[in-house]
Design a protein around this ligand. Sequence first.
Ligand SMILES: NC(=O)c1ccc[n+]([C@@H]2O[C@H](COP(=O)([O-])OP(=O)(O)OC[C@H]3O[C@@H](n4cnc5c(N)ncnc54)[C@H](OP(=O)(O)O)[C@@H]3O)[C@@H](O)[C@H]2O)c1
Length: 341
Amino acid sequence: MQYNNLGKSGLKVSQLSYGAWVSFGNQLDVKEAKSLLQCCRDHGVNFFDNAEIYANGRAEEIMGQAIRELGWKRSDIVVSTKIFWGGQGPNDKGLSRKHIVEGTRASLKRLDMEYVDVIYCHRPDSCTPIEETVRAMNHVIDKGWAFYWGTSEWTSQQITEAWSVAQRLDLVGPIVEQPEYNLLNRHKVESEFLPLYSNYGIGLTTWSPLASGVLTGKYKKGVIPPDSRFALENYKGHLIGFVVTTNIVNLASRSLVDDVLRKVDGLKPIADELGVPLAQLSIAWCAANPNVSSVICGATKESQIQENMKAIDVIPLLTPAVMEKIEAVVQSKPKRPDSYR
Ligand SMILES: NC(=O)c1ccc[n+]([C@@H]2O[C@H](COP(=O)([O-])OP(=O)(O)OC[C@H]3O[C@@H](n4cnc5c(N)ncnc54)[C@H](OP(=O)(O)O)[C@@H]3O)[C@@H](O)[C@H]2O)c1
């Protein structure tokens, strides 16, 4: 396993990491979590991601208990969590100083840890001045509850604003952004964020390298394997935050659209030609981007981790010729129906 600096910071994170979203608390409890976490460690993973919202806090409890029972040395690992959605009350969400401080303390309690290495603002909060958030994140660091702070799914403009506030006040700015990045979703990482890498040394820990499993090729039109994420009752309709009625996005039907399945079908022969599973090709493609510090993977089975970790060996196979073939598939447009011609 390769260990990359997290952006311009001195923190080293494994090129592939592991996150708790969906799986911990919905699909796995402590016993299974322990085996999966150990399997990751055995492959050299040192970075583990979580969030206060995951399984409404249960994911942090599971990760904390599993790590405690595994007896790992705390300094050997990098643990992160994310603050934004902490509960139903008006002050239980967002990036106010109140929720950042209370949310961080509650996360640490659930994790049963004195600190996390990295703490993220899980989304931007248009209702709180960025200065309040920057000051609160610096307070969290000064208190020793986190060593570094970052953002997740912020725009380039919002990150730039956070940095200009930090520089004006002689405070610490965000060192990392956590965006979605995979073969089906790449605009922010490859275009919008470009100035952030050189201007601020922002690192990336990217999420959903397999687009929730779609880029394994296991989902077909109308076919959802019963033991998969999209078969889960609460992820057929993915709950964002705690707002049930208006913010439900049907993750499965949003993901399994014709254009996506067509691209997945087009990528499969490229993986076959290289003699590797599509999951490995997809993860390797993310990790090959030099601006990506760590690709956060998910898995519900040890066999998935065993398979996905081999993606490291696929990176050297991504020659310019292979990348060109991949581009031709992912940039391709669906055929226009005859009636449009
Ligand atoms: N910041 C954010 O807003 C945000 C958002 C989402 C995720 N994240 C972070 O990113 C992490 C990874 O995201 P993700 O879980 O969506 O990653 P992903 O790699 O896109 O999907 C992982 C899921 O795909 C399936 N899978 C993985 N490997 C497979 C294989 N080899 N064969 C077949 N199925 C396989 C498993 O689900 P099943 O077995 O259940 O099908 C697994 O849980 C999360 O845990 C979280 O830490 C952050």
